[in-house]
Write a protein that binds this ligand. Sequence first.
Ligand code: SAM
Ligand code: SF4
Length: 364
Amino acid sequence: MNKYESLLNKNDFTREEIIALLSPTTKDDHELLLEKAGMVRNETIGNNVYFRGLIEYSNICAKNCYYCGIRRGNEKQGRYTMTDQEVLDCAKFAYDEGYGSLVIQAGEVSSKDFTDKIEYLLKEIKKLSNGKLGITLSLGEQTSDVLKKWFEAGGHRYLIRIETSNKDLYARYHPNDELHSYDERLRALNRVKDNGFQTGTGVMIGLPRQNVGHLADDLLFIKKFDVDMVGMGPYIESDDTPMYEDRNILISKKDRFELSLRMVAVLRLMMPDINIAATTAMQTLDPVGREKAIKAGANVIMPNLTPVKYRESYLLYEGKPCLDEEAEKCKGCIMARIKSTGTVVALNEWGDSNHFFKRKNSDK
Ligand code: SAM
Ligand code: SF4
């Protein structure tokens, strides 16, 4: 057994060990890591994969993150918000098809009109599904009052990516103002946890000037924060953003993709019982990227339910698949693709994070 292989049998790593795992020197070692992570998932939480039907509710955003195609400052981007009926139609579809859960994602808006509307939609979704659809929210930084309202209305998971756990890098990727403060993002993540949500975070991988040391720190941050779920994926440049300027110093898309797979796999070794998503950005860089992420230990997939007419307007980065609506809605097709990874789609289940329940019990 070589040194790399012997590391794979551990579940607690030093920063140096994580860097070593993220930097295999042979293709065989890379493959062994991914395979091991898939096995660890199967042995700890089983080989179920859970669907979250993704609703990209609105591309209106108050923020101006330097990397994001729907940032406020991108004037080329036309803006939309889905109608109530469109949201409820997506929810009904997900419920009828046995998807189990939804994710509602949007730009960050904190007006009362917006937060009341989300509360209303949550209640309506719960009503039409007899309380059976689980709901994850990804709506940016919000106050405790708002989070409390949304939790009571039926949202029970919430994802806020820290984007990078390194404060200096964070400051490079965001405007230097109160709306884009690292400390405030962290406080917002803590508010999510304090309000009872299953709490998720994540980072972008392959950002300009980011190295494997930073990524090892990200994984240690995720572990220390004791999250229940993670959504992370490659950074992909968008030509309508200030960070496009840095496109020539990025590692190749292939390397970003493979590094993202290793991030998923190492995280699975470090936190065997959390939920990890196979993200859209992984699929953008590889047509079977989601399936590869599942093989590497992910257990959540988010088929896109956003009406096709809006998809071109939710372009966070270049090359985002404006997937054929029918293909994404074809449960049979997606299930067959998932099956090819040696896992099974568990329908009609929320697929909550085992880690969340253990965390709650240990708080008692
Ligand atoms: N506005 C909310 C927020 O920022 O938390 C939720 C929606 S935002 C579009 C969801 C995620 O998209 C962000 O957390 C960020 O990681 C990701 N994202 C934005 N631009 C990206 C890019 N160029 N490449 C990869 N991911 C990107
Ligand atoms: Fe807005 Fe989220 Fe994009 Fe930042 S990442 S600009 S908060 S949608």
